[in-house]
Design a protein. Sequence first.
Length: 189
Amino acid sequence: MAGARYANLHDVELAAHAAAGDRSAFGELVRRHGGGVRALLRRMGAAAEADDLAQDAFLTAFERIAEFRGEGTFAGWVKRIAARQYLRRLQRRRRLKALVAGVEEGDPPAPGDADGRIDLDESMKALGSGERLCVSLCFGAGFSHAEAAEALNLPLGTVKSHVKRGLEKLRARLAPSEDSAAEGNDAHG
């Protein structure tokens, strides 16, 4: 079985096999990292298009596999490809400027749910569009603030502000509420 042959190989080794024309090695890379790429795209706001964008990103990665040198992780490399493709798609639709400016922003949902479950995807939806894009690029795709600023065609300070505000909102939303902490203390005291 071909899959078992690749199961113990490192991503760099698989990429080298794929660059030499071994499609099964590349298939193993897709199997390992496809879910993470789709999750990043959904967090960036591409929920309906995540599967198509991920497929396009892996096709591009396959075409450019010889460029992967193993200086970073394969997952980070392919996520950067996916994030850039998503951003280009937004730019082609002339929606990027409206998203970053917050034109499509709505009121964020109330923090936390009754059961206290943490759902990062739901929390990301609570962020403004600019914040969601910047946080996703910097923490999901591994972009530096400067790289995100360049990709979004925004001033560096704006990206830093979006990331800072986005992270503050996520922390507030994902932190246990004071009420549930107090209930936990009452139960143990």
